[in-house]
Design a protein around this ligand. Structure first.
Ligand SMILES: Cc1cc2nc3c(=O)[nH]c(=O)nc-3n(C[C@H](O)[C@H](O)[C@H](O)COP(=O)(O)OP(=O)(O)OC[C@H]3O[C@@H](n4cnc5c(N)ncnc54)[C@H](O)[C@@H]3O)c2cc1C
Length: 463
């Protein structure tokens, strides 16, 4: 159905851009055949490392004219197989297209190329007194990858997700056409929002080459509070009251002692508090007066009304690092604790978080599997890991399918969705279909066909 890449194609691509940045795939660069999930493999035929929009346009047009599939790859940190080239063809690597062009201070807009890394953007804005709020866990991801997966992260409770911070995008369509969706403006009701269609489209509609991101003045102060509880149920039950307290937290995370133990083993250091089975971790940011007042108010409420065991102020750099590095390591720590794992990234109404977590405990018993979890209590996005441990491949495959069915059915039953931030990619396609139904899938497919009529851009993903 697609044209195989030939020697002539490789030569033509080398001529179009630069021969040193066009590679034929072989096993020495096997990272191009998978992402961080690691279980889905698809080998590209050729890899092209682009440095400019014009190159992206030329490569896309070549692929379009020759009926060759093309899959964009950022840093490959995705967890649903989205950047894996299922039909071979070209992998377009954006990581050399990584310039941070600058801040338009009058319009508070940061202009960046798609391959710039999240950690570089954080450093660049901080040095200049600015703040780009989205803060997904993996800082080595590209901004293009963040935009195209609408990445979330812990600060979503107060500041929203990546979508809320994108003013405009420069994109390349599959036939090589270069377009700008959105402008450097704050409001926009100018027709259908193509910019918002691209955000979260997982590389299936267009290639992002440049982004114009909203930035604000950096918050004067950031402060975290670690709140031990004597049970996870009780901790999660109190989250709506925390959110209704008028203290405007930036992040509201929950985790258990079990998750901390994985992290302690993985990081080789003890968590600052050893006494409780469950914790809520709160973060506040803003002016010093505002942060101090909110932290004081919520501490009183937590102790006097919300049955917290204690409120520990995370007020030194060292303690802050200990607490947040433990929280940030959970995914990798759980991965290191087992032979293989898969994950479920559902999002449920905030009122259902407690019930949903209880349900995962029932599933652990039902299937005799380990399902460690943690999550963003403040936005209802849960990360549940299904661990293979010493199951045979056959048992694992069978059980995984049944556990996923149960987890996604439960999410649907309580009014949730298949993915809160990691996306659909290849791994969750079946569950998206079951969750939203045929009519919505058909609408999505027609949108895909409008952007990519030959189905060349990241085929076999999302819908
Ligand atoms: C330890 C860890 C923690 C994580 N924490 C979070 C978290 O808190 N929140 C969260 O949302 N995610 C998280 N992730 C998932 C992952 O980091 C994000 O999905 C990230 O946005 C992927 O960016 P990337 O550059 O690695 O993209 P890749 O994995 O390379 O690609 C992801 C998708 O984007 C497409 N793509 C990439 N660049 C472009 C482009 N320029 N134009 C068009 N399509 C493109 C690819 O084709 C693919 O479909 C985490 C992952 C890990 C390993």
């Amino acid at each position: 159905m697609y044209k195989k890449v030939t020697k002539q194609d490789v030569l033509a691509l080398q001529k179009l851009i630069d021969e040193k940045r066009v590679f034929v795939y072989d096993e020495s660069i096997s990272e191009y055949s998978k992402d961080e999930l690691g279980t889905l493999i698809g080998k590209p035929e050729v890899i092209v490392k682009v440095v400019a929009t014009e190159e992206v346009s030329k490569v896309a047009k070549y692929a379009y004219d020759n009926n060759i599939p093309l899959t964009v790859r950022g840093s490959g940190t995705g967890l649903v197989g989205a950047c894996v080239p299922l039909y071979g063809g070209i992998v377009l690597d954006t990581t050399l297209m990584n310039k941070i062009i600058g801040i338009d201070e009058e319009n508070q807009i940061l202009e960046v190329e798609a391959g710039a890394l999240l950690m570089e953007i954080a450093e660049y804005t901080k040095e200049r007194g600015y703040f780009y709020a989205p803060d997904p866990g993996e800082k080595s991801a590209t901004i293009g990858g963040n935009i195209i997966t609408n990445a979330g992260g812990m600060r979503a409770v107060k500041h929203g997700v990546t979508r809320d911070w994108v003013r405009a995008l420069e994109v390349v369509l599959m036939d090589g056409t270069v377009l700008e969706f959105g402008k450097k403006v704050v409001k926009d009701t100018s027709g259908y929002s193509l910019k918002n269609l691209i955000i979260g489209s997982e590389g299936t509609l267009a290639i992002v080459t440049k982004a114009y991101l909203k930035v604000t003045a950096a918050p004067e102060k950031t402060l975290s509070l670690l709140v031990p509880y004597d049970s996870l149920e009780k901790a999660i039950e109190k989250v709506p009251a925390i959110l209704n307290s008028g203290t405007n937290p930036t992040a509201v995370e929950f985790f258990t002692r079990e998750a901390l133990e994985y992290s302690e083993t993985f990081l080789g250091k003890k968590f600052p508090d050893q006494n409780s089975p469950a914790y809520i971790l709160l973060m506040f940011d803003g002016s010093e007066t505002e942060v101090d007042a909110n932290a004081k108010k919520i501490s009183e409420i937590l102790i006097n009304e919300l049955e917290a065991v204690d409120v520990l102020i995370v007020d030194t750099d060292e303690r802050n690092d200990d607490v947040w590095s433990a929280r940030s390591s959970f995914l990798e720590a759980i991965k290191a604790s087992t032979t293989l794992m898969d994950e479920c990234d559902v999002v449920v109404p905030r009122s259902e978080v407690g019930n949903y977590i209880k349900y995962t405990y029932e599933l652990e018993k039902k299937y005799g599997l380990r399902l460690p979890s943690f999550g963003h209590a403040g936005d209802g996005n849960l990360h549940i890991y299904i661990c293979k441990d010493d199951l045979s491949d056959k048992e694992w495959k069978e059980k995984l399918e049944l556990v996923f069915e149960d987890l996604y059915n439960k999410a649907k039953e309580v009014g949730g969705l298949v993915s809160g931030e990691h996306g659909i990619g290849y791994a969750k396609m079946q569950y998206l279909k079951e969750s939203v139904g045929e009519v919505q899938i058909d609408l999505m497919r027609r949108i895909k066909a409008a952007f990519d009529p030959k189905n060349l851009l990241n085929p076999g993903k999302v819908v």
